[in-house]
Design a protein around this ligand. Structure first.
Ligand code: XMP
Length: 536
């Protein structure tokens, strides 16, 4: 769905670097809208609409290998400012008649960069170089180097190993960096990006959440007209924010919200979702209670993928049955809280494909696919990153506790109860998890922040083993609970949260004292990779 109207946009051609996403984030943080597309995408009018400048990203490949993707040659005929970063610079060099060769030893890590020529002739390079201090530390990661610049280019800075670090065309607005300005290890990286975006491309700061809301609301209202919209709600931040956006834009009567209580939710989850949506003015909130069906489908299943598949299949069956039961006219639109990163990860039109480690059932369904084919899907958050969604949630007046909630997997507690899922185990885990989260909200970091807000995701896991302990004078044979807490930027990688031991000890005591079925508590100290965040 094209939700964003005319505004200055920086297009990023993704050649596969790990840091391409970061380029997008940094520039958005500067207040300019960015879009990432695969590096070899044809640059037609639709793609180029509103584009003020193009960045060619880095890549793990070399310009001389078959895997090194090539941009649409038109990129050099558009007259738009270009910034090549690492592979992007090497690509520009080779495509325009220069030479790139392999280095005897890769340049990796922090390098000193010194500007030796600030007397630029070109208008663009003068504005660009204004962003650079005379010397600075930059982050490098490359095995090839420019050994002959393309005609018309000039070198402005070298690294301490003597290789070109900054080059620019003398007359065209084409600029290149051998280092990564998007990485925080590069001093003045943001100033350098700002010099390109504002100085060279002439962008204005037009990417603000307030403006985004206005634009999305205008295009949403025009697209939907008076048709009904059905939003599938999971209870997470994303679908709640999508719901708020619909409710603030359309008539309450038009907006149908459907939520499945699978019985695999956290404690009081359904109530929290209901309250949040009713506060936002929801009139047609369809809560489907289907705990028995889900527990039935999970009976006897122990293997993680088998459990995920059973849940995914039942989700689809119930979704189709309940949507049909609503009896909406065929003209209805289906809405989802898909994020920009979901599109990137599923390889739908932007960026790289992620590899499948676990099947996430909630990315698509036959109903969603059918509606997408008909052009009747609404994904009002499909241009946003997770923290932008949180910001938007605040602007729309969603309760701060809901906005700050940790992510929760679609299959819910079923992937946190190892082995067979039973109603009794769901109850035990729900209680223990709620205590854990309550403690994290009460406890503070040394800087006064709630532990909960310092942690990206925290939850409890019920292990399929019991261990011996004592309660009073009696022998106790209780379940083992694992606590998990991680820090992460996006869930793709994660580090263990370095808990103060005192907090862990007190939380463990409270759990074993309050939930009699739990006899022992452990803390999971595995990062991702090699572990994953969830246990199944
Ligand atoms: P893993 O366990 O793969 O989790 O390291 C990464 C992030 O994704 C969440 N997760 C899911 N989210 N449906 C979802 O919507 C799923 O099936 C699913 N499985 C894992 C997990 O909680 C973590 O935030």
């Amino acid at each position: 769905m094209d939700t964003v109207g005319p505004m200055d946009k920086i297009l990023i051609l993704d050649f596969g670097s790990q840091t391409t996403q970061l380029i997008g984030r940094r520039i958005r943080d500067l207040g300019v809208y960015t879009e990432i597309i695969p590096g070899d995408t044809a640059l037609d009018d639709a793609v180029l609409s509103g584009v003020a400048g193009i960045i060619l990203s880095g890549s793990p490949e070399s310009v001389y290998t078959a895997e090194g993707a090539v941009p649409d040659k038109k990129v050099y005929a558009l007259g738009l400012p270009l910034l090549g970063i690492c592979y992007g610079l090497q690509r520009m060099t080779v495509d325009n008649g220069g030479v790139v060769e392999s280095l005897p030893k890769s340049e990796y890590g922090r390098k000193e960069v010194t500007l030796h020529d600030k007397n630029s002739i070109g208008n663009a390079s003068r504005k660009f170089l204004a962003g650079f201090p005379p010397s600075f530390t930059a982050w490098m990661s490359h095995g090839d180097t420019l050994t002959r610049l393309a005609p018309g280019f000039r070198e402005y800075a070298v690294s301490d190993t003597g290789y070109p670090a900054v080059v620019a065309h003398e007359t065209k607005p084409w600029l290149g960096l051998q280092f990564h300005p998007e990485v925080t290890h590069t001093e003045c990286g943001l100033e350098i990006l700002a010099a390109f975006v504002f100085g060279v491309c002439g962008c204005k700061k037009s990417w603000t959440m307030e403006q985004y809301v206005e634009e999305v609301r205008t295009s949403l209202a025009a697209r939907v007209g008076s048709n009904p919209v059905l939003l599938l709600i999971s209870g997470g931040v994303d679908s709640t924010v999508a719901g708020a956006l619909l409710l603030k834009t359309l008539k309450a009567d038009q907006v149908h919200l459907m939520y499945m209580d699978t019985g695999l939710m956290r404690k009081d989850e359904t109530k929290t979702v209901q309250t949040a949506l009713e506060q936002l003015g929801a009139k047609h909130l369809h809560i489907i209670y289907c705990e028995e069906e889900f527990l039935g489908a999970l009976k006897g299943l122990e293997e993680p993928e088998a459990k995920r598949k059973a849940i995914g299949d039942l989700f689809i069956t119930i979704q189709e049955r309940e949507v049909a039961r609503l009896g909406l006219p065929d003209s209805y639109f289906l809405a989802q809280g898909t994020l920009y990163t979901d599109l990137i990860e599923s390889g739908k039109g932007v960026g790289k494909k992620a590899h499948l480690i676990k099947s996430h059932h909630n990315v698509g369904s036959p109903l969603v696919d059918a509606k997408r084919k008909l052009g009747r899907i609404i994904e009002p958050l499909d241009r946003l990153y997770k923290d932008e969604v949180r910001r938007l949630g605040r602007i729309l007046g969603i309760d701060e506790e809901v906005v700050r909630r940790h992510p929760f997997p679609g299959p819910g507690l079923a992937v946190r109860i190892l082995g067979e899922v039973t109603k009794e185990k769901c109850g035990i885990l729900r209680e223990a998890d709620a205590l854990y989260i309550e403690e994290l909200k009460k406890r503070r970091t040394p800087s006064g922040e709630r532990l909960y807000d310092d942690i990206w995701q925290a939850f409890a896991v019920l292990l399929p083993i019991r261990s011996v302990g004592v309660a009073g004078d009696a022998r106790k044979y209780g379940w083992v609970l694992a606590l998990r807490a991680i820090t992460s930027a996006d869930g793709m990688t994660a580090d263990v949260y370095p808990f103060p031991v005192k907090d862990l000890l007190e939380i463990s005591t409270r759990i074993t004292n309050t939930v009699p079925d739990i006899g022992r508590v452990t803390y999971d100290i595995s990062s991702k990779p090699p572990a994953t965040i969830e246990w199944e």
